[in-house]
Design a protein around this ligand. Structure first.
Ligand SMILES: Nc1ncnc2c1ncn2[C@@H]1O[C@H](COP(=O)(O)OP(=O)(O)OP(=O)(O)O)[C@@H](O)[C@H]1O
Length: 711
């Protein structure tokens, strides 16, 4: 038995090894081509051959690139091409002032060159005469020296000595030149080659893949030429053409590159025909062209037209932790609801980023387990150091994230069941009542500046109230109904939780009743549009899609570059894109990306213990006691009776007589607010405000319809 030994290169790709050696149907040229292909593939798979190839390409590119650089320098030095190039660049960038400036410089250059040429011409005409004069002068000088020598030595032969010395010198020079000329001539091209190679090597003129690893730009410094090339290679044709037309002057598109925290910032003025949106849509490619990951490049739209602002992180810098919260470092921390801002984290430039929560409704969203609760809680952990602020908290996950607030918050509801949603709804509805009470009080007091800081500090009826509902999607999505038939969840006119939040969004701010919600993974179902848009501050941790980002932050910030959907799930925990009020934004920016300080549960306990020691003791309750709800509309109907028109002052008087405790602080404004809840308003009779019977009947009818619909 015989065995045939078939040699197959071990490194060769599968397809090469499997390729048929010959085929019955293949022709001779085909077979030859297949053989070449096989050899070429095997060669490419061999690391030694690849290294040799890289070396060859690298050094050839150094020589070619260096020659190009030298050639361009010489050409630029002798012609006006540099000025032409700068003019084209400024034109393409639409910088008309710079066009004029470069035109003027080019004109000066040409005038100076012309002057030099005329001077050269004049010199050429006068040269023979000047040379003759110089020769005569030199001969005369040598003769004078010779005569002086002859006179000193008393030897007439010394007159010729200086001429002989000069002749010897010339002979020596000619001899030396004759010796070195040949080898010098032979060496000159090699020296030239070495010089251009050195220039090419210095400028890294080889392709990235052929450069030695240490010279490759793997996240190294961002230079103007790297940014220009990154833009040129984005695959946007007008951009490429414009940058090609600019040649070396492409950097005219850029502002100075500034160091900004753990990265750099640069504005890029786009040539006409290229929109900022096109650049935003190419974020990943731009990042890759800059040798960065997508999450390391942020694109914002500054106020200047046709300009994008890039923030480019130092490679890997965003993966470094940002350190501990100042709350943990400063035991004397205090807070002021009116004038302070919570030290929330750092913006990408590394500057500390604070947020003022003064009379602001807040919404934080994000995918699960990305730091939503921690960042929402961090705000409360600061605000609790303002001892006048009261907290009402519903944590609809209930795994203890908010437990440190036990003994500090007035209410702490913890759990995900329908019962917990019902309790959270009661809590928010309590907030609505409190808000309405305060509106009436404010109206009665005749205050002209809303609830001032002084009032909030001295009058317990105006203490800031912050309602916090974490995992609010559980409430919006709850299918349970309350005993009166109204659903807790949903976004209908009868949905209790949604309606209560909406009322607080509408009117709570001015009387220091605000709501902060944290929700997961926003959709239209678990976070109704109206609830999203009622917030003053909207923040988002990493989200799945751009449409979710728009739900979380609003369309405008996302269109202007806010991109929570580009954050990395799991890696960018605690990084939050924030839009709205209360945060420091640069001119023209509508959002800021903040890396929040992480305060763990254990640290939260340390902080709340510190705050509890300063605050009055609070007996936290796990839910609010439900007092039999007062049916204001039924009371109104009862006091109006069958009268067609009743003056509002009379209505209020009758309501107070009916239930003094409840209606003690009611006034015209509060009555108007009640009617407005059902789309009605007071009328007038003889110039006095009145409540019309038909309005009350319509309101009752509408409510009955809504309840029937909800059944
Ligand atoms: N600022 C931060 N920096 C670093 N890591 C953080 C930060 N915030 C949160 N994390 C990490 O993320 C984990 C989840 O945080 P958190 O419970 O706040 O997430 P969540 O979004 O509220 O989750 P879920 O919605 O599932 O309740 C924390 O245990 C912590 O390890």
């Amino acid at each position: 038995m015989t065995f045939a030994l078939i040699k197959t290169p071990v490194d060769a790709p599968e397809d090469v090894r499997d390729a048929p050696a010959s085929g019955a149907s293949s022709t001779r040229p085909d077979r030859r081509r297949a053989r070449y292909l096989k050899v070429a593939r095997a060669a490419l798979a061999d690391e030694r051959i690849r290294t040799t190839g890289r070396l060859a390409v690298r050094h050839a590119s150094y020589v070619l690139g260096g020659t190009r650089v030298v050639g361009r320098r010489i050409w630029d030095g002798r012609t006006a091409s540099r000025y032409e190039r700068m003019i084209r660049a400024a034109e393409a960038a639409g910088l008309l002032d710079e066009v004029k400036e470069w035109e003027a410089r080019g004109k000066d250059f040409r005038a100076a060159r012309h002057r030099r040429r005329v001077e050269m011409l004049q010199f050429a005409l006068q040269a023979p005469k000047a040379l003759g004069a110089a020769a005569l002068g030199s001969a005369g000088l040598l003769l004078l020296i010779g005569i002086l020598l002859a006179w000193a030595n008393k030897d007439v032969a010394d007159v010729a000595a200086p001429f002989e010395t000069v002749a010897d010198l010339v002979r020596w020079v000619a001899l030396i030149a004759g010796v070195i000329w040949g080898p010098g001539l032979a060496l000159a091209p090699w020296l030239g080659l070495a010089a251009v190679w050195a220039i090419g090597q210095h400028q890294h003129t080889a392709p990235q893949w052929a450069l030695p690893v240490r010279a490759r730009d793997l996240g190294a410094a961002i230079t103007p030429s790297i940014v220009v090339v990154a833009f040129r290679d984005l695959g946007i044709s007008p951009l490429r053409k414009a940058i090609d037309a600019m040649g070396d002057a492409g950097a005219a598109l850029l502002s100075g590159i500034k160091i900004a925290g753990c990265g750099v910032e640069v504005d890029v003025h786009l040539p006409s025909g290229v929109s900022t949106e096109e650049i935003q849509n190419k974020r990943r490619k731009l990042a890759e062209n800059l040798n960065r990951h997508e999450h390391e490049v942020f694109i914002a739209i500054p106020p200047a037209p046709r300009t994008v602002r890039l923030w480019i992180a130092d490679s890997g810098a965003l993966d470094e932790p940002i350190g501990a919260s100042p709350l943990m470092l400063d035991e004397e921390t205090t807070a002021d609801y009116y004038t302070g801002s919570a030290p929330w984290g750092q913006n990408l430039r590394g500057d500390s980023a604070g947020v003022s929560v003064f009379q602001r409704h807040i919404l934080l969203t994000g995918l699960s387990n990305q730091g939503k609760t921690a960042s929402l809680r961090a705000l409360a952990l600061w605000l609790m150091f303002d001892l006048t602020v009261d907290f009402y908290i519903a944590d609809l996950k209930g795994v203890g994230d908010w437990r440190p607030f036990h003994g500090l918050a007035q209410v702490l509801i913890q759990g995900p069941t329908d019962d917990h949603v019902a309790q959270a709804t009661d809590m928010v509805e309590w907030g609505v009542d409190e808000m309405q009470k305060r509106i009436a009080l404010l109206e009665e007091s005749g205050a002209t500046d809303g609830v001032t800081r002084d009032m909030a500090r001295t009058d317990p009826r105006f203490r800031p109230v912050v309602l916090i509902v974490d995992e609010a999607q559980v409430a919006y999505g709850c299918g349970a109904k309350s005993p009166d038939g109204r659903p807790y969840g949903g976004s209908k006119a009868t949905s209790r939780y949604f309606q209560a939040v909406k009322k607080i969004h509408d009117q709570g701010r001015a009387v220091n009743v605000t709501i902060w919600e944290g929700t997961q993974d926003p959709t239209d179902e678990n976070l109704p549009k109206r609830s999203r848009e009622g917030n003053h501050i909207r923040g988002s941790l990493v989200l799945g899609t751009e449409s979710q980002a728009k739900m979380a932050l609003g369309e405008a910030p996302v269109d202007a570059g806010a991109a929570p959907h580009k954050l990395r799930r799991g890696k960018d925990r605690g990084t939050i894109v924030v839009a709205g009020e209360g945060i420091q934004l640069e001119a023209g920016q509508s959002s800021v990306t903040i890396r929040t300080y992480f305060i763990s549960g254990e640290d939260a306990v340390v902080l709340t213990d510190r705050a509890k020691a300063r605050r009055e003791d609070v007996a936290t309750v796990p839910k609010l006691e439900i007092v039999q709800p007062v049916d204001h509309l039924a009371d109104l109907a009862a006091v109006v009776g069958r009268e067609n028109r009743v003056r509002t002052t009379e209505v209020i008087h009758r309501l107070k007589t009916r239930n003094h405790t409840v209606y003690e602080h009611w006034n015209g404004a509060r009555l108007k607010a009640l009617l407005a809840e059902y789309g009605e308003e007071p009328g007038t009779l003889d110039g006095y405000p009145v409540v019309k019977l038909e309005s009350v009947e319509r309101a009752l009818g509408r409510r009955a319809e809504e309840l029937a619909e909800a059944q």
